[in-house]
Design a protein around this ligand. Structure first.
Ligand SMILES: *Cc1c(COP(=O)(O)O)cnc(C)c1O
Length: 441
């Protein structure tokens, strides 16, 4: 009997024993195509020889030095690299150990930024419903997923939520995509005015919504409008690209496709590709300068921040992406995956929407296509899809509560950037079989 409190005490988990390329192997030798990278983590696949070499080399050199005493060459190089590869406006890096830590740091950084500037009264964080920003208390409070928040509500700091940008469900028939985007973005202005512009810290959003709603991209113009509103009221735009960032959508950062730059952003999952736990906050010069010309001290920190092994993993992932031109492959294979999903599910009775960007795609499952009505939550369809897919040697990332935290189901796909066309065919074929089997059951 296991002595681990697993995510579910009822789950009967296979034991992962090895991995190579796009596949994981369990202890019985069964192979699974990792078509979701776990949770959009394993962006360069498993057991990549160049990763192993980089990590072995770092381990031989130095495993750990506390950041209160030292900086390290590898952490400095990773930060240089992240800034060099980002658009203008991203100038500094704060290294942590994962996505929730990055979001917690981002929220505290945003608050202290205003304290440094003497704007002490700013206290409100505005975010969106149906978003996920992590499971620690601050990040959970910022997140807008009811199911995840409900039982912890008494412990959560006060935050405020506006509508997501979710065109498939919420765009009115008479609206263009652009008009819809303007309408939902304007909810930010309404909320700022309601709370008092001088009391708001910032707006938090996932550039492309990940786990909670399933690869939901913003409509054209939405984030331009959001940026404009943030600027008009002098509040910070904080983007959470923990899942959608680091190449997943075909550009290093997902916001590059929106024509905007955030003040502060969080990255994690694909940053270390699963080889080490690592996350980071990226920030603009104006944020850094407020600290540098103020107290000079960001009142935060963790024992393992800037960990050399984690930094080595982050740097090696970036080297591999560049050396093998993997972002080009994300774009090409992303388009092919979209095409294959449309061929297989485009007229499927129980698939209402096919969406996403790059190698970050999802299908939304419906009971009835024309009314977009979801399956009853009690049928736990997403659980059945996961089970059927695993039985067929396929890892995908299905989730329920797509619409409002309770109703709706989707399946998220986030295959490694090294994927090829033949492997995509196998993924879509197995997914189709798994979905049909789950619905039949
Ligand atoms: C996974 C995720 C997080 C939390 O990251 P952890 O590493 O699990 O703490 C935060 N935001 C988004 C968008 C995520 O997908």
């Amino acid at each position: 009997m296991s002595k681990i409190l697993h995510r579910s005490t009822r789950a009967d988990l296979p034991t992962a024993a090895g991995g190579c390329g796009i596949e994981l192997f369990d202890a019985d030798g069964k192979a699974y195509i990792d078509a979701s990278g776990g949770a959009a983590v394993s962006c360069i696949g498993h057991g990549h020889p160049e990763m192993l070499a980089a990590l072995h080399a770092q381990l031989d050199k130095l495993a750990y030095a506390h950041t209160g005493f030292f900086t390290t060459e590898v952490a400095e190089r990773l930060a240089d690299r992240l800034v060099a590869d980002s658009p203008r406006g991203i100038d500094y890096v704060y290294l942590v150990s994962g996505g929730s830590e990055a979001m917690e740091a981002a929220l505290k950084m945003a608050r202290q930024y205003f304290v440094e500037k003497g704007e002490n009264r700013r206290k409100h964080i505005i975010a969106r419903r149906q978003s996920y920003h992590g499971n620690t208390l601050g990040a959970l409070a910022a997140g807008g997923n009811e199911w995840r928040r409900a039982q912890f509500r008494p412990l959560l700091i006060e935050t405020h939520h506006i509508a997501p940008c979710y065109a498939y469900r919420d765009r009115l028939p008479a609206e263009s995509q652009h008009q819809y985007g303007e309408r939902v973005a304007n909810q930010l202005e309404t909320k700022i005015l309601e709370l008092g512009p001088d009391d708001v810290i910032g707006f938090v959003a996932e550039t492309v919504v990940g786990a909670t709603a399933g690869a939901v991209p913003p409509v054209d113009g939405y984030f331009k409008k959001i940026r404009e509103i943030c600027d008009r009221y002098g509040i910070l735009l904080i983007l959470d690209e923990v899942m959608c960032g680091m190449g997943r959508t075909g550009t290093l950062h997902a916001f590059e496709q929106e024509g905007i730059v955030p003040d502060i952003m969080a990255i994690a999952k694909g940053l270390g590709g699963g080889y080490q736990p690592i996350g980071a906050v990226l920030l603009g010069r104006h944020i850094y300068d407020a600290f540098a010309s103020g107290t000079g001290f960001f009142q935060h920190g963790h024992t393992y921040m800037g960990h050399p092994m984690a930094a080595a993993a982050g740097l090696a992932v970036q080297d591999i992406i560049r050396r093998h031109c993997l972002l080009d492959n994300v774009v090409r294979m992303g388009e092919l995956l979209d095409q294959r999903l449309r061929e297989r599910f485009g007229s499927h009775n129980h698939v209402g929407d096919i969406r996403g960007r790059g190698l970050f795609r999802a299908i939304e499952i419906v009971e009835e296509r024309s009314s977009k009505s979801p399956f009853a939550p009690a049928s736990k369809l997403n659980v059945a899809v996961k089970r059927e897919a695993m039985a067929r040697g396929l890892m995908v990332y299905p989730m329920g509560g797509t619409i409002d935290g309770v109703r709706g189901d989707h399946v998220l796909l986030a295959p490694p950037f090294i994927i090829d066309a033949g492997q995509l065919d196998t993924i879509v074929e197995r997914l189709g079989d798994a979905l049909d089997a789950a619905i039949a059951a």
